[in-house]
Design a protein around this ligand. Sequence first.
Ligand SMILES: [Zn+2]
Length: 160
Amino acid sequence: VDWSLESGTIMDGGIRYVVLRADVLMGVARELGGSKPIDFVAALEESAFKQSRDSFEEYAAQGRFGTADFLSSASQIAGALGWGAWSVSDTESSARRVEVRDSPFAAGYGASAHPVCGAICGVLRAIALVGYGRPARVEEVHCAAQGTGDVCRFHIDLSG
Ligand SMILES: [Zn+2]
């Protein structure tokens, strides 16, 4: 990743990044108000899926994942980008469980009755598509924003 103070850009290959306060990003949901925070989280998931799919295809083409399990490699990249500490476990051959400690999305949103880490769901869908070659259903089964503990739990169903 190339941080250029001169041009004010953060580039990873041809992909531009920006450092943004987590509460600025997730505050958009609160600004929308009403029932729209749920729509915001869903839209963030779709956007994260579409854009990160392109990133993962580029990473894969560059051989950045090596021979390690794709999901584990991608999890390390996520940590380096400030997306929390990801740990992966297999539940069965067609499913994975991912735990994310200190999700910036939960931290940036604050207390919520519903899961707010749609961005992570979207990225996990992209990882499954690029890494395992098939679409996956991803659900955040528990979010730290819902109030117990600081861990978000995701279930990836690869059976589809
Ligand atoms: Zn969460």
